[in-house]
Design a protein around this ligand. Structure first.
Ligand SMILES: Nc1nc2c(ncn2[C@@H]2O[C@H](COP(=O)(O)OP(=O)(O)OP(=O)(O)O)[C@@H](O)[C@H]2O)c(=O)[nH]1
Ligand SMILES: [Mg+2]
Length: 560
């Protein structure tokens, strides 16, 4: 051996030794991994065998045959098992791992399909299809479908494809689950594409936000649709949510647009409103009113009313007769028994029969109803001198008849306008008191109200024995166009009329005086008007005695 050859031999020897050492150290390291070594050996042996037999299935079977629950491909990698593959083996294996929470991807999709079908049958969105006790209770058909689902389940060692069955099984969670999957897949893809740590953080943060959003959306939708979702299928609920979103979007777009104000058109002939009804006046009176308004332009009606300065005589009359709103303590201090009905009408301390205390003899008589007329042809033959009480509905005509005679309930009264619908004739000694139906606002049909008005107009214009019409005006509201209409008519037919202001107990004393002044002023040119304007209250009895005095003269001096 030459020197060169010996050197080469030495180098080769040394190199081989190093390689050997390296091999030994590797094996030593592997031995620490325990089972993995055996696994690797097994794999290598398997590989050899596969090469020898040249068949992949055989290799798999052999691995399976050794009792290991892990399926390994012939190329040594872990194998995915689908329900349609290795059906028998999968089934037998799955029976052992019943109630597992893991599913292969394909199996999962099948499960969700099956579960959707079953849910549409059972219509219970909150039920988990994996609950074993429910499996027992299920129908035979359902049982079959359960088995199908079970068949699809295979335990897969890889954590990548894990999806909790509970999430799949609940219908309400379907959307959430899908979104979760999306975020998960995003995360995985991010992982695969080897993103930087920062990128990953950003991604995961975004995912977390998305998850939160999804959760809140889910919660709100659940809250809204909880009652409905019980009976609805998932597809329906999805449709509903889509519709809701669409409507929300529509409303948002509507919000952007400027709101159009609704115009309310008022019908001038609509008498359902009391105040509106008052506005229905003839063309002539409208023109007059307009002229008056133009005259007092710049001043409101109430301001004009407040500007009226009542005369001292009217003011003293109001004060002497306790007209206007009064406190009970004030009346008690003046010596009136406030427990009596209409206490201001009679002497303060009444001990004997009330009627006997009435100063005017005529009003001590009994009030007797004797006729009612709906049409002019049914009026009773003219006999006794008549005093009629006219005015708008609910102004207090019937109440005044009762309080004048102190016979409560003879003329029927009501707080509902339109109670008196016929002309009612009452006999009182040698006079006749006539209660007329009211005009203006009343709970009656338009035609009926028109007929009442016509009847009243006919009565006041044609009745020969009519000696006085007491035109009642509500102190609070004053004269209205329809009152003026009747006044015009009476003026035309020279029917004597007197204004009587009612319900004075509802307004302040100063306003009673103002209203009196206002009416006197407005009618001072009228010829058929009998002065003075009377002020009464059927409730408190204020001014009743004065009215009695005025009316009793009619009976005394009436020429038949
Ligand atoms: N506070 C107060 N209420 C009164 C007075 N007079 C009448 N009323 C009430 O007003 C309402 C109507 O009284 P009525 O006498 O039925 O009126 P009317 O004018 O006959 O009404 P119609 O028959 O519908 O035309 C009733 O609830 C009475 O109690 C009054 O002087 N003071
Ligand atoms: Mg009445």
């Amino acid at each position: 051996m030459s020197a060169e050859e010996s050197l080469r031999y030495k180098i080769n020897k040394k190199f081989k030794l190093d390689v050997g050492k390296l091999k030994n150290s590797k094996e030593r390291n592997k031995s620490y991994k325990g089972e993995n070594v055996a696994h690797k050996n097994l794999k290598s042996r398997e590989k050899g065998r596969k090469d020898h037999h040249g068949g992949r299935e055989e290799g798999d079977r052999e691995v399976y045959g050794k009792g290991r629950f892990q399926l390994v491909n012939s190329d040594g990698k872990r194998k995915r098992i689908y329900a349609d593959q290795y059906g028998d083996q999968g089934t037998t294996n799955n029976r052992k791992v019943k109630n597992t929470k893991s599913l292969s991807r394909k199996g999962q999709s099948q499960v969700s399909d099956d579960s959707i079908k079953r849910k549409s049958r059972t219509a219970d969105p909150l039920r988990s299809i994996w609950a074993p006790n429910k499996l027992k209770a299920a129908t035979s058909e359902t049982k079959r479908s359960y088995r199908k689902v079970e068949d699809t389940t295979v335990q897969v060692s890889s954590g990548k494809w894990y999806t909790k069955v509970n999430e799949v099984g609940t219908f309400d969670g379907d959307r959430n689950c899908l979104l979760k999957k999306q975020t998960k897949s995003k995360f995985e893809s991010g992982k695969r594409s080897a993103k930087t740590k920062e990128e990953y953080k950003l991604e995961s943060g975004r995912n977390a936000l998305l998850k939160k959003q999804n959760k809140s959306n889910y919660d709100s939708s659940k809250h809204l649709d909880h009652s409905q979702s019980k009976s609805a299928t998932p597809s329906v609920s999805n449709k509903k949510s889509a519709q809701r979103q669409k409507s929300l979007a529509d409303s948002e777009t509507m919000d952007d647009q400027p709101h159009k104000r609704k115009r309310i058109r008022l019908d001038p002939y609509d008498t359902s409103n009391k105040r509106l009804d008052d506005g229905i006046i003839s063309d002539e009176s409208t023109k007059e009113r307009k002229k008056e308004l133009e005259k007092d332009a710049g001043m409101s009606m109430s301001a004009q009313f407040r500007a009226i300065q009542p005369s001292p005589s009217i003011l003293s009359f109001v004060e002497d007769n306790f007209l206007g709103r009064r406190r009970l303590i004030e009346l008690k201090r003046a010596g009136y028994n406030t427990d009596l009905s209409a206490p201001l009408d009679n002497i303060p301390f009444s001990t004997s029969s009330e009627r006997e205390r009435i100063e005017e003899n005529i009003f001590r008589n009994k009030l007797t109803f004797f006729a009612a007329a709906k049409v002019s042809s049914s009026f009773p033959p003219p006999g006794l001198p008549e005093i009629a009480f006219a005015g708008r509905s609910n102004v207090g005509k019937s109440s005044l008849l009762n309080s004048l005679t102190r016979q409560w309930g003879v003329a029927r009264t009501s707080d509902k306008p339109g109670l008196t619908q016929t002309i009612n004739f009452f006999e009182l000694g040698n006079i006749c008191l006539v209660d007329l139906p009211g005009y203006g606002f009343a709970y009656a049909k338009e035609e009926v109200k028109d007929s009442w008005e016509e009847l009243v107009k006919e009565y006041v214009s044609m009745r020969v024995n009519l000696k006085r019409v007491c035109l009642l005006i509500d102190t609070k509201w004053g004269m209205k166009p329809r009152d003026r209409e009747l006044i015009d008519l009476m003026e035309r037919y020279q029917t004597k009329y007197q204004i009587v202001m009612t319900k004075t107990d509802l307004v302040f004393p100063i306003d009673v005086a103002r209203r009196t002044m206002q009416i006197e002023e407005s009618l001072k040119a009228n010829k058929s008007l009998v002065q003075p304007v009377m002020m009464v209250s059927s409730k408190s009895g204020a001014g009743i005695r004065s009215l009695r005095t005025v009316l009793s003269k009619i009976g005394r001096f009436a020429k038949l």
